[in-house]
Design a binder for this molecule. Structure first.
Ligand SMILES: Nc1ncnc2c1ncn2[C@@H]1O[C@H](COP(=O)(O)OP(=O)(O)O)[C@@H](O)[C@H]1O
Ligand SMILES: [Mg+2]
Length: 426
């Protein structure tokens, strides 16, 4: 099976950059999800690799073959790229049986005998467990069974790479969960490369060997799901993955001689963040400055080129949400090097007997397995998850602390992750 390499691939319509200078390597046999909010460029990326959309510039290789190169004028047509496609609206042919639906593409190939086609249909039907239904029509199948037929139809011609664009979005929640685990199994048994588009972070987290998170056409992070979850590159990524969403807490302060960050948070509380990996803030700021200069140099270089078109859909620093009880006026104080944002996943908000910060239960939603709580501290609201069947009364006074070594510190001005560590309330 081949690996797929995108080099500096751009797709724009006039000054709108749907995909902005994307470099991406999809490893052989991997399960990569393209994740991001609606309109960020996921489908466009997939369609360009498949040959259904022509990039404005860049180069795409599948295996050792260049299928697109804007400089060299190479553009291999879609039907020669050996890619199987499963779309969001996977319409089956209503007047054909399950067998006929799956066999249709194989007959079109005109390279297989009837016996070979029969064998192949039987094989893929077994894989997705629809053998008992071969003579039924789509209308006689449940949603999940129809979905399986669509998958079998995609697998039948033995594509090297299988692309799926939100294939489960038409299914109900329970079935979606079931199909997710089937897709995971299918990925293992077929040994193919899967590229899967979704706007659902949970789907991306559970399925992928690697998540490619995109925003406004720009790659934000390309890593294994747990890396994305625990070490998000920036505030946008931290906010996009995780359910319930991460808590963002404004923090102000500096690094002490011992390396810990002394921060003022949630009004007048003092916290100390000790980095998991030793880190000097000065060095980090130096590296950030270099990164911005390099980026500016790249942009300046691009602007010199004759064909350059300025990006109309400008990139902005993500406006991270902070939850308040009562709305507060916008803070227009200039951001300095003393301004940070703490990122605290709900599972690290811990109710403690003593110490910590005093708060009040503002909301409590038990599901049986866990309870999602909202805690009020002054005008601030934090979300926590407590495991087990615990009940809390609204208005109950509690004390709260931050657990573990994965509390995140972001630089407020750039939105970039500085580091992670443990946070102690002083
Ligand atoms: N043919 C087109 N002409 C102009 N803009 C387009 C066209 N196709 C897509 N776009 C725009 O490009 C952006 C990315 O689209 P798409 O890749 O479909 O997003 P998604 O991440 O939701 O799959 C969207 O803002 C969309 O409106
Ligand atoms: Mg799409």
């Amino acid at each position: 099976m081949p690996k797929i390499v995108l080099t500096d691939v751009t797709k724009r319509w006039d000054s709108f950059y749907a995909v902005d200078h994307l470099d991406l390597t999809i490893e052989d046999c991997s399960f990569v999800t393209l994740l991001g909010p609606s309109g960020c460029g996921k489908t466009t990326t997939l369609r360009m690799i498949a040959g259904l959309e022509t990039p404005t510039s860049g180069c795409i290789e599948i295996g050792d073959r260049v299928v697109f190169d804007s400089e060299k004028g190479i553009n291999v047509p879609a039907n020669k790229r050996k890619i199987g496609f499963l779309f969001q609206n996977y319409a089956l042919w209503p007047n054909m049986t399950v067998y006929q639906n799956i066999a249709f593409g194989l007959k079109n190939l005109k390279t297989m005998t009837k016996a070979q086609i029969d064998a192949r249909v039987a094989e893929v039907s077994k894989l997705v467990k629809i053998e008992p239904f071969m003579n039924r029509y789509p209308a006689e199948l449940s949603g999940g069974q129809q979905q399986r037929v669509a998958i079998a139809r995609t697998l039948a011609p033995e594509p090297q790479v299988i692309f799926m664009d939100e294939p489960l979005s038409n299914l109900d929640a329970k079935l979606r969960l079931e199909m997710r685990s089937e897709l995971q199994r299918l990925h293992l048994t077929t040994g193919r490369t899967f590229v899967y588009v979704t706007h659902d972070q949970m789907e991306a987290m559970t399925l992928a060997s690697k998540i490619c998170l995109i925003e406004n056409g720009l790659l934000q992070q390309y890593d294994a799901p747990l890396t994305v979850y625990n070490y998000p590159n920036n505030l946008f990524v931290a906010d996009f993955v995780g359910n319930p969403s991460i808590n963002f807490v404004d923090a102000e302060g500096e690094q002490a001689a011992d390396g810990a960050m002394n921060l003022r948070i949630l009004g007048d509380h003092e916290a100390t963040l000790s980095f998991k990996e030793p880190l000097k803030i000065e060095d980090w700021r130096e590296a950030l400055k270099k990164k911005h200069e390099d980026r500016e140099a790249v942009l300046a270089e691009r602007r010199k080129q004759k064909k350059h078109v300025e990006k109309g859909n400008k990139d902005t620093v993500f406006k991270y949400p902070v939850a308040y009880v009562d709305d507060v006026p916008a803070d227009d104080r200039p951001v300095t090097d003393r301004d940070y944002v703490l990122g605290i996943r709900p599972e690290f908000v811990k109710i403690v007997e003593e110490g910590g910060i005093e708060g009040e239960i503002y909301g409590a939603m038990p599901t049986g397995m866990e309870t999602t709580i909202r805690v009020r501290i002054g005008n601030f609201l934090l979300t926590g998850v407590v495991f087990g069947g615990v009940t809390y009364a609204i208005g109950e006074k509690i004390r709260l602390a931050f657990e573990g070594t994965n509390i995140m510190l972001f630089d407020k001005a750039s939105g970039d992750l500085v580091g992670v560590g443990s946070a102690e309330i002083r």
